[in-house]
Ligand binder design. Sequence first.
Ligand code: ZN
Length: 213
Amino acid sequence: MSLSLPPLPYASAALEPHISRRTLAEHHGFHHAAYVERTRSLIQRTPLESATLEEIVRASAPQGNALFRCALQAWSHAFYWNGMRPGGGGPPGGAIAALIASSFGTQRAFNRQFVQAAGDQYGNAWAWLVLDDGQLRIITTADAGTPLTEPVVPLLALDLWEHAYYLDYQHRRLDYIAAFLGHLVNWDFVNAALAAAGTRARATTGSAMRRVS
Ligand code: ZN
């Protein structure tokens, strides 16, 4: 499989006025595209040439090299686009709603913790909602870091690099985070990621039980 830039899951103006067409076009067409292109050039004529992004990330994690960082960024950006949609945000439905209630108490408490974590994280970074041993957790990672190499399941990502919001919000990162939570989060995608995690967990448990019996 040869890596290519996945198209945006919506038109580049679809997230306006919260994220402008110009930001989305540059972010996807320049920044995301560059990470994909650099990853592709670094795996040419190596054993990873036909690997998926997740396989490249796991294989290059011990080195923590340029390939690792580019592959992480390529993966994270696609995950970030899918976690947003026009007319998104607000309170979720489905399984994630109950999990937010059991993990944070209320949606309001979840929002407050997410804004605080993402707002406090200095410099280029990402904020994540992850499933950790059946409970939700909000974490941030500096630079190109992701939770992909940790024993947690990423459910939602927010790009906190300045290129994600500076054209629209300048230094007002908190306004960008508020717009993400209030108008952009694709809770259907989060619910699908949660369901996939449950299926994987059941499959793992099932195979472990079969090995025991
Ligand atoms: Zn970005």
